[in-house]
Design a protein around this ligand. Structure first.
Ligand SMILES: [Zn+2]
Length: 179
């Protein structure tokens, strides 16, 4: 965090530094929010913090709370990251398995061409990136990331569970077949 004044991210609602700076091309956010996400990733890549199962949830949570606008890349991104959260929070798969599933998803053009825009829910009850940045140690970090992911999954699943479920179903069947 810098000493800049704070402003709300227009997408996720986090109170973030009010700065001018880069943002992602289609996971649209306020620049201060993108900066906070960069800080969070830097923390997660520290060897003492790195846990691929938790990192999976971090990347998905940021993506689905910054869905952008209905264009091809954003449509695919939101669907893919929601399938991952579905695998983690509904199917109780480890993040590493969810990563396998979404790799198979993006490689399957028969599935990706059928993906459609999922209208974003209200994020006002969900946690935000700055909640997670408060973690003082690894245990705290993992607890907060998991709660962040769960809160966003809860917001999305209310409207879109059947769609996500049907996108994920053939991929889960293939995963189970391959052991
Ligand atoms: Zn944001």
């Amino acid at each position: 965090m810098t000493d800049a004044a704070l402003a709300r991210c227009f997408s996720c609602g986090a109170l973030v530094p009010d700065i001018v700076g880069p943002t992602h091309e289609y996971m649209l956010s306020s620049p201060g929010c993108w900066q906070c996400y960069g800080e969070l990733l830097a923390m997660e890549y520290e060897p003492s913090f790195y846990n691929p199962n938790i990192h999976r949830i971090t990347v998905d949570s940021y993506a689905v709370s910054h869905p952008g606008t209905p264009e091809r890349r954003a449509i695919q991104s939101v669907n893919v990251h929601l399938v991952s959260l579905y695998c983690v929070f509904e199917q109780r798969l480890p993040g590493k398995q969810a990563t396998k599933i979404i790799k198979a998803l993006v490689d399957d053009s028969e599935i990706t061409k059928r993906l459609s825009w999922l209208a974003p829910p209200d994020f006002s009850e969900a946690m935000v990136v700055t909640d997670v940045l408060r973690a003082g140690n690894r245990e705290d970090h993992e607890r907060l990331v998991t709660a962040w992911g769960q809160s966003l999954w809860n917001a999305w699943k209310e409207r879109h569970l059947p769609t996500i479920e049907s996108t994920a179903a053939p991929l889960l069947r293939a995963l189970h077949r391959s052991g």
